[in-house]
Design a protein around this ligand. Structure first.
Ligand SMILES: [Zn+2]
Ligand SMILES: [Zn+2]
Length: 363
């Protein structure tokens, strides 16, 4: 079938639109009609020159979205046509060592060679980012990358759960396991940071400080559950000192949602000596190295990695849709702009300028 899709041709080239050919679902594959898709910095890094090590182009972008199953291939047992679903960047095969461990969401199939390319143009194959490519009217994906959700939640809102929601909520709830009554600092109040704030609030944190250089993020941070807002520009070299004072000696937890080595160092340093936990979420540009004062960790702090929130993508992610239905998630406030697929380039401009929280394509 023919579908409109947005793709990157190479690095440092504007995102493009074209009508591509999409393969029908094969063995254990699913055809999804996309209803909404969220724009993420990780997509932008593949055409704005930030992530230069990536080689596999042309690449249909998009790894966050929601849609409805329209067709299933032979052997598919867990979804059927009409099901509302979130296509997920990380598979959950349910059979590998990682899936069976109960310790991680990073299924061994995630790092295996990619499945067959399903998009093409004039006979040339296009790879799909995260094997999804949600910036397309329809996608064909492996069953192990499809999470079935309840059908009474709006797809144009829960579409943000697949990346921003899972990454942010999961980092606070599943990775750091933020304790009730604790203090939390969140660096970067974009789509992911706001979900970290939301997750910390759900777990009962008593002080949640949102840190962002853009003061327009303040209101959204408070709506998501922040109790304080700090603009680093107001404090020059004393940002760490200010955060330590506010938290009575250092935060119990701090989260880096920017993708900057300097901010990650600050994230570790602002936590409390003895037990502070820092979580790295933002993706550093190619070539940036993490620099830490060696004693920062020796002094009893922990630095944890969190990839898509350590939420198992098929068995646990649907819980987030339940939480939204129960009124626990501030996803409505998260979405700042709604656009058509044809407007995707200007949607990324909004994200780049820091004006947007989440930009959602409505198909
Ligand atoms: Zn993302
Ligand atoms: Zn697995």
């Amino acid at each position: 079938m023919k579908v409109e899709a947005a793709f990157a041709l190479r690095q440092k080239t504007p995102i493009q639109l074209a009508t591509l050919t999409l393969e029908k679902p094969g063995e254990r594959e699913v055809l999804i009609e996309m209803k909404a898709a969220g724009l993420c910095h990780s997509d932008m890094m593949l055409f704005d020159g930030t992530r230069m090590e990536w080689q596999d182009y042309p690449l249909v972008l998009g790894h966050e979205g929601a849609g409805i199953v329209r067709e299933v291939g032979p052997g598919v047992t867990t979804v059927k046509p009409g099901d509302h679903v979130i296509p997920v960047p990380i598979p959950e095969c349910g059979e590998c060592t990682a899936c069976l461990s109960g310790k991680t969401n990073l299924c061994d199939r995630y790092y295996q060679p990619p499945p067959r390319p399903v998009f093409s143009l004039d006979g040339k194959s296009f790879r799909s980012f995260c094997e999804l490519g949600t910036f397309a009217q329809y996608i064909t994906v492996r069953e192990m990358q499809v999470a079935k959700i309840r059908d009474d939640v709006p797809l144009d809102i829960v579409c943000c759960l697949g990346c921003a929601g899972a990454t942010g909520l999961g980092a606070a709830i599943f990775t750091a396991e933020v304790a009730s009554g604790s203090s939390v600092v969140v660096f970067g109040l974009g789509g992911i940071g706001l979900n970290v704030v939301n997750g910390a609030k759900l777990n009962g944190a008593s002080m949640i400080i949102g840190v962002d250089t853009n003061p327009t993020k303040r209101q959204a941070a408070f709506a998501a559950g922040a109790t304080h807002y700090v603009n680093p520009k107001d404090h020059g070299d004393n940002l760490i000192g200010v955060l330590k004072e506010m938290t009575g000696g250092g935060a119990d937890y701090a989260f880096e949602c920017v993708g900057s080595a300097k901010v990650l160092s600050d994230t570790v340093e602002c936590t409390r000596l003895g037990w502070g936990t820092a979580v790295t979420i933002g993706i550093l540009p190619t070539g940036e190295q993490l620099q830490l004062r060696p004693r920062a960790i020796q002094e009893g702090r922990k630095l944890m990695g969190s990839y898509l929130g350590n939420i198992k993508s098929r068995s646990q992610l649907p819980i987030l849709a339940d939480w939204y239905a129960e009124g626990k998630l501030a996803l409505d406030d998260l979405i700042s702009h709604r656009i058509a697929l044809s407007e995707i380039a200007s949607g990324f401009d909004l994200l780049r300028d820091g004006k947007a929280r989440r930009v959602v394509i409505e198909f």
